[in-house]
Ligand binder design. Sequence first.
Ligand code: PAF
Length: 296
Amino acid sequence: MTVRIVGTAREWATLRRPGARVAFVPTMGALHEGHGALVRAARAHGDMVVASIFVNPTQFGPTEDLARYPRDLEGDRAKLAAWGCDVLFHPTAEAMYRQGLEAFRIHPPAGLGDFWCGLARPGHLAGVCTVVAKLLGMVRPDVALFGQKDFQQWRIVEALVDDLCLGTRIVRCPTIREPDGVAMSSRNTYLSPTDRIRARALSGALAAVLGCWRSGERDILALEAAGKQAWIRLQGKDPELGDLAYLEVRHQDLTRPALLTAPGVAAMAAQIGPARLIDNVLLEDHSPDLPLLELA
Ligand code: PAF
């Protein structure tokens, strides 16, 4: 299967089959099996599958990794073909930001965006909201698929699409993990072999939170303490393991009560060598197991 590449909404319109349901997977490229799972899931939601690759400058801070973000268009195109994607939308920055990079921004409301990545990466979530609104306006898909690994991004996009009446159904797909529990991420390519082993600490800490939740604990401070203590014990074994950026428990609508009364999510971020990694686990029945690291 060949993947047709288009750079503008007008070009895409010439390929769109009338009446076809379109399922869309937005990405920044450097594709891995996590993206593969999204594209394969998209096949079940649409007659045509469109993926985008656009390394969005407005979601990177001035000191972040925009320039060195991994790029491999030909490799990505081959993967998309193998996964069953029909069309690759690969616009230039000029096509995406017709009025210039500083022209318009869509900001998430405080209740969704003033913590986690919104606090640690000023401007990041506004950059994501802005580019996702543009991509949805250009591709006009029936369904768009987002990974659970970026839980806050998914939740904000869902609210954005509802608030702006964009008419696309947003589907969340489970995080895909390596056998040792590390969540797949394009930024894992930054990790040295030692940092790659160290990265297991994220899912290890989340496993401790999940175990605590499964034992019946619903107090969010106690749940967070279980994850933070696991992290500190891992730091005891590996002094090079840096500090947590955050580890926090909320309801899945991102409210933060004292006690969970509905399904929750534990989310965290940590700097591992050159990479800032994020991960989360759903605190709900049937949440898949995470490998528990040996903490003793
Ligand atoms: O998750 C990503 O890869 C990006 O944030 C997205 C949704 C493609 C917007 O640039």
